[in-house]
Ligand binder design. Structure first.
Ligand SMILES: Nc1ncnc2c1ncn2[C@@H]1O[C@H](COP(=O)(O)OP(=O)(O)O)[C@@H](O)[C@H]1O
Ligand SMILES: Nc1ccn([C@H]2C[C@H](O)[C@@H](COP(=O)(O)OP(=O)(O)O)O2)c(=O)n1
Length: 262
């Protein structure tokens, strides 16, 4: 195009470009705002369904930070903290520790991890956990992985776990299964209704189950790639506009006429 900007038009063109840059920045902020929050994956399933085992593999393969609510509570229990005895008694009874204690441990672990993609394993266990997390941490999970496993398989796995846990015995296991059905399944239903649950059949060898999980996490890679692509395109676009503005100002200063680039 042969159109040339005249000297009197330059201030208006500069003003238009400043407005254009503001609009682009706003659109990009809106497109990426959700993505600046940490990426939260809740990992749920009955006791012994294989959550912890699969989380280790996911964390290794896809570089997520793995935070196990149960492990954090057990560490707290053995650190002789003021809540130690309370946590021990609740876990031994197969019940759920008050949300405030678990969320405090999770919050500390999230902040000290240096990662922005999290697998939160074994949380939320009940509606109280769920509501408190959303209120205190202020985010909802991006996805929920649900390891669906038959009861007899879960019992077999827990009784063979051999990690010296106070709750890995048949009496506590029966109570935990009841608590899972009564309190945890409603949480899974809640997130299912929101379209966030990805149900994985947890029967099979560890590797077979992981092959069912892999495509779910692999699909998320595009999600993360998407975020960086938007930022790269935005940067290229804004740098181009800045350069043109600068050229325009230099030309204006030397009172020349500048060809319009489109
Ligand atoms: N797919 C599987 N097949 C057989 N055993 C498994 C499988 N996944 C995990 N396990 C074993 O079952 C036990 C419970 O697994 P774990 O990952 O601790 O479950 P959860 O975290 O859901 O309680 C562990 O001893 C683990 O090695
Ligand atoms: N959000 C949570 C997670 C675990 N707990 C307690 C109660 C659970 O029975 C124990 C053990 O949890 P953990 O996730 O390690 O147990 P499983 O791996 O499902 O066997 O910790 C809790 O009170 N609240």
């Amino acid at each position: 195009m042969n159109y040339r900007i005249t000297r009197t038009e330059v201030p208006n063109v500069l003003r238009f470009m400043a407005f254009f840059k503001t609009v682009i920045a706003k659109l990009v902020t809106e497109a990426t705002s959700n993505r600046c929050n940490p990426f939260i994956t809740f990992v749920l399933g009955g006791p012994g369904s294989g959550k912890g085992t699969q989380c280790v593999k996911i964390a290794e393969t896809f570089r997520f930070a793995h935070l196990s609510a149960g492990d954090l509570l057990r560490e707290e229990m053995s650190s002789n903290s003021e809540n130690g005895t309370l946590i021990h008694d609740i876990i031994k009874e197969g019940k759920i520790v008050p949300s405030e204690i678990t969320i405090n441990l999770l919050r500390k672990a999230i902040h000290s991890s240096g990662n922005h993609k999290f697998l939160i394993d074994g949380f939320p266990r009940n509606e109280e956990n769920r509501i408190a997390f959303e209120r205190i941490v202020g985010v909802e999970p991006d996805i929920v992985l649900f390891f669906d496993c038959p009861e007899e398989e879960m019992v077999k796995r827990v009784l063979n776990r051999n990690q010296g846990r106070v709750d890995d015995n048949i009496d506590t296991m029966k109570k935990r299964l009841e608590v899972f059905k009564k309190l945890n399944l409603p949480v899974i239903d809640y997130y299912s209704a929101k379209g966030k649950v990805c149900k994985i059949n947890a029967v099979g060898t560890v590797n077979e189950v992981f092959e069912k999980v892999r495509p779910v996490l692999a699909a998320l890679r595009y999600w993360f790639l998407d975020t960086s692509m938007i930022s790269i395109i935005e940067t290229i676009f804004l740098v181009a506009i800045h350069c043109y503005q600068l050229m325009l100002q230099i030309n204006y200063f030397f009172s020349k006429r500048l060809p319009f680039p489109w």
